[in-house]
Ligand binder design. Structure first.
Ligand code: ZN
Length: 172
């Protein structure tokens, strides 16, 4: 737990099934705990005072009652969501994490659309090398086929970097 930054004020909220739902503010987490709507799953060793109670400083909390959630959320393709899906790595060379661009696997000039199954994160140099060619024509290979991400992949993983306690409850 030593890696936890003290400025961190968000808490991972799990459903009753331990499925990750969202990040909530520390304040919201405390309200849920005080109303007995949630329980602490992971906490820091230090305590905090809330109302008249002392409680562990929560990192992960779990709802007592299951909340149904819609299975499919349509996440728009943006540079931010795309780079999060691709773990901020170029999907061709796999190494460059800087100067990422949005690359159309089937180029737009060949009718390729801006949709999840046709876009990948690519570094500037790979994007330039690929240009208006199809992947085999450019003699390049994708590390994995592009896919439509889930809410957890894009929204939660993007926010959870650098915290082991949260990462345990999120799919890799
Ligand atoms: Zn690259």
């Amino acid at each position: 737990m030593s890696a936890v930054r003290l400025t961190m004020t968000k808490v991972l909220l799990l459903n009753a099934t331990y499925e990750p739902l969202s990040f909530v503010s520390l304040r919201r987490a405390i309200v849920l705990l005080l109303k007995d709507k949630a329980e602490v799953v992971e906490a820091l060793e230090r305590q905090l005072r809330a109302s008249t109670r002392e409680m562990p400083y929560p990192l992960v909390i779990r709802l007592i009652t299951y909340v149904p959630v819609p299975r499919r959320v349509n996440i728009p393709v943006t540079r931010k969501t795309l780079f999060a899906r691709d773990n901020h790595e170029c999907q061709y060379c796999g190494t460059s994490r800087s100067k990422l661009t949005l690359d159309h696997v089937v180029p737009r000039s060949r009718g390729g659309k801006t949709e999840w199954t046709n876009v990948v994160a690519a570094c500037e140099s790979c994007n330039r090398k690929k240009a208006d060619k199809l992947t085999p024509e450019a003699k390049m290979t994708l590390r994995r086929p592009p896919f439509r991400p889930t809410y957890v992949t894009v929204v939660l993983l993007g926010q959870a970097q650098g915290n082991e306690a949260w990462a345990r409850y999120l799919p890799v």
